[in-house]
Structure formats: structure tokens, C-alpha cells
Design a protein around this ligand. Sequence first.
Ligand code: CTP
Length: 402
Amino acid sequence: MILKGKHILVGVTGGIAAYKSAVLVRELKKQGAEVKVVMTEMAKKFITPLTMATLSQNPVLVDFFDPENGAWNSHVSLGLWSDMYVIVPATANTIAKMATGVADNLLLTTYLSARCPVMIAPAMDLDMMAHPATQQNIETLRQRGVIIIDPDEGFLASGLSGKGRMAEPESIARAVSDYFCSKEGSLLGRRILITAGPTYEKIDPVRFIGNYSSGKMGYAIADALGWRGATVELVSGPVQVKAKCGNVKVTKVESAVQMRDAATALFPDCDGAVLSAAVADFAPKSVADVKIKRKGDDLKIELAPNPDIAATLGKMKKPSQFLAGFALETNDEMSNAKAKLQAKNLDFIVLNSLQDKGAGFMVDTNKVSIIDVSGAVSDFPLKSKLEVAEDIADKIELLLKD
Ligand code: CTP
């Protein structure tokens, strides 16, 4: 609920991409925002006010006043209500009017009186988009501080293909939340390192030793901290998941040695680290230059220990920094976790047991206990990894306050 309590005004103008504004409103609502919608007369021809009113749970505003009873729709109070004004789609016509200060509909008068940040998602045919007049108008708005969500390249309603297709509503919603988490949040100004995912240890050019880690837990923690305003340095092994928050900077690595090198380079400038990666403890002693051929009945691969990244960072840790790790255990869970906490010089360790259904690798849920260096243990029920990430972020906030 990144946008909880935020007032977002969505302006819809008359272009074929107007139907996507419905998805944007739904996304913003899902993130907890309060949404109001203002439409132009032309926009009503592409998408109905009923759709937008239902999704935003607020009446849609189109005219300066209600023709039935003369009630005034105040563009000034609408502008003051808004924490952000997002115009989706923004047609060439509306962009030109915004650039020159034309005030011939409610959407535009609200733009002229709004004091909040304004974001536009241009959408039009590729030649209209490329026209110097449009380009100049967009540049004028950019220079005045309007945030421009660049259109994508792709199939256009005209049948042509090129740049002009409106950005997908999910990425517009993300740009809205990125704006707020880059400006505010309980962890603003903090820099936190996360390791996530598995490591792959090469055997030969086509084979490796790996593990089942999906990276979901580490990426969820990275997003949770990023949404709270922290700058997150995420060092990630090979995974399918992607970070959702714009505050998360991803460094992709493959092996434990590469992960150690990236993490040790980043750690000194961070306030702390959460080590959620499932690092392979061993790697082949030597990597074959060519594909190993099948010969005989068995194949012996000699393994050598990998660096322990957590222990390395534990030695580097300054008193102002925190270090947190994970313990995925199958037996003697509590004593194993406490031993790791001490051995690696961690401030807290997140224990999950493979004995618990729904915990561990390849699932969207986790059941954890957080063990503090003081010995205090907090047990949490089975939750989604996103919720577990919030619990871990709460714990980090408390640590950083001390
Ligand atoms: N870890 C690490 N580098 C390693 C091994 C582990 O940074 N080479 C980190 C993990 O990211 C995790 C913590 O150390 O935060 C514990 O990982 P785990 O694999 O449970 O512990 P190990 O020390 O490898 O112990 P074992 O595999 O014997 O249980």
C-alpha cells in the first residue's frame, strides 16, 4: 500500500489509449491511493465516465459546473486536493494547450491551478509524436517540471508501428509510486545492501552447480525498503523476478566469488545489509574449458569452499552498520540459527524451517522467526513473502533508529 493516503488526480484526454487509464486507476487504488478523475468531452467518447467513476469510487468531473443544478466544479480546490496530477493519455492537442496555457476545459484549468507535481503519458501516432511542434511542447513542459512518461515503441491504432504508444498503465503507476518514494519515506537517505537469489558455480561452459532459490524473498525485501525511501543496492544471482521499486539498483552476478566482490565493494557506503542469497557453499575446484564428455561410469568433480559473504561482511562491519542474515534449516533450527548469528557477527537472523509447509524456496509464502543478537525471538505466522519483507523492514527501521 505504497500510496496509502495519497490523493491522485487522473486526467483523461480523448485518445484511443484512454481505455488504459481505467487500468491505471485500478493500479493506483490497489496501492492505496484515493483517486479522482477529470475527463475531457472527447475522452468520454473513448471510455465512459461510469467506468472511471466505478473504478475510482468517486464521481467523474467533466464540466465547469453541473448543468442540472449549477453546482460549481472548482478546479482550484481539485488542484489543491491533489498530491499528484497524472494526465493519461496526454494527446498532442492537450500537450499543446498545456504548453501555451489554454484553459478551455476543466482538465486544463485544473492543470493551470494545480500546485502538485504533474505527470503526463503522451500517446499519439508516431508522426504526430515526432513533429517538431509536439517535441517542442513536450520539451517546454519538461523544462517547467512536468514529469514525462515516454511513450513506448510498438503497434499503434493507426496500423503503423513506431514511437507513440502510451506506456503501460503498470509502469505509469510505478512511476507515480517511484516519485513519492524518492521524495519521502521513513528510510529516506539510507542505503542498504541486499544479496538475493542463488549462485551458479561453473563446472564447464554448459553446466553449473546451483540451487532452487527463486530470489523472491530478497527482491521483496529490496522493494519494501525501496518503497520506504531507502536506496537499495541489490546484488542478485540469476533469477526470473524483477525489482518493482525504482529505488532498487540491481547488480547481476553469477558465482559466489562475484557476489562477494560486488557486496564487499558496496558495503562500506551502506548503512547495513540483508543477506538473503542462497550462496553455494562449494564450487568446482577447476572449471573445464570445454564441455565435459560422457566417459566411463562415474565422474568426480572436486569441490573447494566458496567465500562466506556474510562472515566477510561481519568482519568489515562498523558499529554504525547493521548486518542481517537468513538461516534455512531442516533440523535443530533454533540452535543452528543462533550459531550462525554469532559466527557471522549478525545483528539479527531470519530463521525459516523447511519443516514448515509454505516456507522456503519456490513458494510465495514464508513462515519466519526473527532472532535478535540479544537473544530475543519474534515468531511470525505463515504470510506472503511481501508481508514478511515488511516485517523485516520494520525490524531494520527500529535498528537504524537506535
Ligand atoms: N551466506 C553467505 N555466504 C555463504 C553462505 C551463506 O553470505 N557462502 C549467508 C546467507 O546469505 C545467509 C546466511 O549466510 O544469510 C546463512 O546461510 P546458510 O546457507 O544457511 O548458512 P551456511 O553458513 O552456509 O551454513 P550451512 O549451509 O552449513 O547450514
